[in-house]
Design a protein around this ligand. Structure first.
Ligand code: GAL
Length: 662
């Protein structure tokens, strides 16, 4: 199992490198990531390459048993690049070029930048292909910025649209350009949407698709070279969890596996539901395990920094990722920098280069991971419940949130509400694409599936008819694939599976202090509060699980459940304030689908299962500072202590356990 650190030898005198490598070895590290921001040290002037310093660093690391992932260094261009080729700098909406000197400031359609990127990638690949301890590559660093509004991007966008739509008539129809007389008569007339709140929604959605494609194409050129020159190495990229400006499924398609950068915010201690959702989303990109390429090692910040992770907190954050499919992990960063913007992004070593408490905690994790490696190898999460994680709905809801927005992204807030309830119930989820096959799952949760092309709607209805349990909610099915509103009564093609129709809906004003009281019945007991939005649901065949109290809402349902064929379709028409609402709902959904968690975790304890044929590992993580007792199946073995599991297990604050189940 890979365990290590992001290391920047170019930041420190060469005389220090041996000490670093020795400390890494002593911590049990066997991997570093190097060079992703080192372009200027590798190609100080155009076409002159200087790899000797990196050879030396790799040699020292290798002699200490440490392998390396090399970053293609294109996330920060050397100053000579912008001097020589000013057109490679991205153009802001206002029309001026980005000022060089931060990072991620290139235009992805720039021919010059693409050539320079291919050249440094090839030069590095050819030089390091024989280096024994180089095992893989990371493309660029955290693709996703910046948006560029230059003429080259506009022309590329027009050409991309031409390939997508074939004719202008088709494009005009798809975008509905009859509105405000925005009909295009020439491809060259098409603009870049620099105001997403005002431009045509079809144009805006296609621009997101295009921008994603530009990044994927840029990466693909590097991947092609790396595969050609270094076929024995893996190729990965460091994704950013729920960052959603690119279609990560497409970006992951060319890679061997996904890596991602986990940056818990060290605010007030809280259950980090989001890091589990992100982990599942990352595992979902290729339906395989992932590597943590950057794991925050301490308080982070560029100007101000957060609190210091408390003893045990870093360790449990690692186990959370291991539990969800991490097959290794790299700390960001090894030593806290004395220079530059990230002086306050604290590493395992302090500014003074001395190993800290955090280093010792990282060493403990490394030791444990090595001990667990044989048991963990080949295992992954196999979930009965899937959640649809759809970039097109995310983008379309950003373009027109409808209500709110809540917590920055209505899609993410919706996904997180259902996700958290599954987490509290101790149930694993897979994050999937709307076009994936649903048949492997008992339950599909489709939060805010706003963009719903007909084939996806039919597949979901079919899933229910054949015995699946579908849980979906408000704003689902409003848009077609080109961001036009469907001209059907909501929920469109899901109407029969859900047994409802929705003729009207509304945003609940933020100054309505009481919200709309929701009264649950039968299988969804309790009194709750609807906020932000509600559908005026007319049940056709569906049972009503919750209704409203306000006089004008009395005829309408808030939550419905419908038998359809052999399965069940649930619909939630609002956002409830109380987590208890989602807990009760998910409990009913899981019961219907006969999905049973292995344990019922107490509040603040996370349970996740990794498995392979004949082997099941139950991970328990106490995210709180209180001692927790968990009722666990008897007959297994807790692998960190070697003790048999006897029905009850105590987790100290931030404690973790890995039980090999019988
Ligand atoms: C990540 C990035 C790292 C470092 C870190 C802390 O997003 O990949 O290079 O900048 O954030 O700011």
């Amino acid at each position: 199992m890979y365990v290590g650190a992001d290391y920047y030898p170019e930041h420190w005198p060469q005389a220090r490198w041996k000490t670093d490598a020795k400390l890494m070895r002593e911590a049990g590290f066997n991997l570093v990531r190097l060079a992703e921001f080192a372009w200027v040290f590798l190609e100080p002037e155009e076409g002159r390459f200087t790899f000797d310093w990196l050879d030396e660093a790799l040699d020292i690391l290798g002699r200490n048993g440490i392998s390396a992932v090399l970053g293609t260094p294109t996330a920060v261009m050397p100053a000579w690049v912008k001097e020589k080729y000013p057109e490679v700098m991205a153009t802001r909406k206002e029309g001026h070029r980005v000022n060089w000197g931060i990072r991620k400031n290139n235009c992805f359609s720039s021919g010059a930048y693409r050539l320079l990127s291919e050249r440094i990638t090839r030069a590095m690949a050819e030089h390091f292909r024989q280096t024994a301890n180089v095992v893989g590559w990371q493309t660029d660093n955290e693709f996703g910025h910046p948006y560029c509004y230059c003429d080259s991007c506009r022309r590329e966008f027009q050409a991309w649209l031409r390939r997508r739509y074939g004719t202008l008539d088709e494009l005009n129809r798809a975008w509905g350009t009859h509105f405000w007389g925005h009909r295009y008569g020439e491809w060259a007339e098409i603009v870049l949407p620099d105001d997403e709140g005002g431009h045509n929604p079809g144009l805006c959605l296609d621009w997101h698709r295009f921008y994603s494609w530009l990044n994927v194409r840029f990466q693909a050129a590097q991947v092609r070279i790396l595969r050609e020159v270094c076929p024995q190495h893996f190729v990965t990229h460091n994704f950013m969890g729920t960052f959603s400006e690119l279609d990560y499924y497409d970006l992951a398609a060319d890679l061997d596996f996904v890596s991602w950068d986990n940056y818990p915010v060290w605010g007030a201690p809280a259950v980090p539901y989001g890091a589990s959702l992100a982990a599942d989303a990352m595992r979902g990109l290729k339906k395989r395990n992932f590597l943590i390429m950057e794991q925050t090692a301490g308080p982070g910040g560029w100007g101000t920094f957060g609190r210091n992770p408390r003893p045990g907190e870093l360790r449990k954050v690692c186990y959370q990722q291991l539990a969800h499919g991490a097959d290794g992990q790299v700390w960001f960063r090894w030593r806290t920098c004395t220079a530059g913007r990230e002086q306050y992004w604290h590493g395992l070593l302090g500014h003074d280069g001395r190993p800290l408490r955090r280093y010792r905690e990282a060493a403990q994790v490394a030791g444990e991971y090595h001990r667990l490696a044989a048991a963990v190898e080949g295992t992954t999460v196999k979930a009965d419940v899937a959640m649809i994680y759809d970039y097109e709905s995310i983008w379309a809801l950003r373009i027109q949130p409808g209500y709110g927005p809540v917590g920055g992204s209505n899609f993410h807030a919706a996904a997180q509400r259902y996700y958290d309830a599954c987490f509290r119930a101790g149930v694993n989820l897979d994050m999937i694409r709307p076009t994936d096959d649903f048949t492997a799952y008992s339950v599909v949760i489709a939060p805010h599936l706003y963009v719903l092309p007909d084939p996806v709607a039919r597949a979901l209805a079919d899933f229910v008819a054949k015995g699946g349990v579908l849980l979906t909610d408000c704003r689902t099915g409003v848009k077609d694939g080109t961001n036009l509103c469907h001209d059907r009564t909501l929920p469109g093609l899901l109407g029969d599976a859900l047994g409802i129709s929705i003729e009207e809906y509304e945003a609940i004003p933020g100054d309505d202090k009481d919200g709309y009281a929701v009264i649950g019945q039968d299988d969804l007991p309790g009194a709750f509060t609807a906020r932000h939005y509600c559908d005026w649901i007319t049940p056709r065949k569906a049972e009503v699980l919750a209704g409203y109290e306000r006089w004008h809402m009395k005829p309408y349902a808030a939550v419905t459940r419908n038998r359809f064929g052999k399965g069940t379709g649930y619909y939630v028409g609002t956002l409830c304030e109380e987590p208890a609402f989602y807990d009760a709902l998910i409990a009913d959904v899981l019961k219907r689908a006969a999905v049973k968690p292995v344990v019922a975790p107490p509040a603040g304890v996370e349970a996740s299962v990794r498995q392979a044929r004949g082997r099941r590992l139950l991970f328990l993580i106490n995210h709180t500072e209180e001692t927790k007792t968990v009722t666990v199946p008897a007959g297994g073995v807790e692998l960190l202590t070697g003790r048999p599991s006897r029905g009850s297990l105590t987790l100290e604050r931030y404690g973790v356990a890995v039980i090999k189940l019988k």
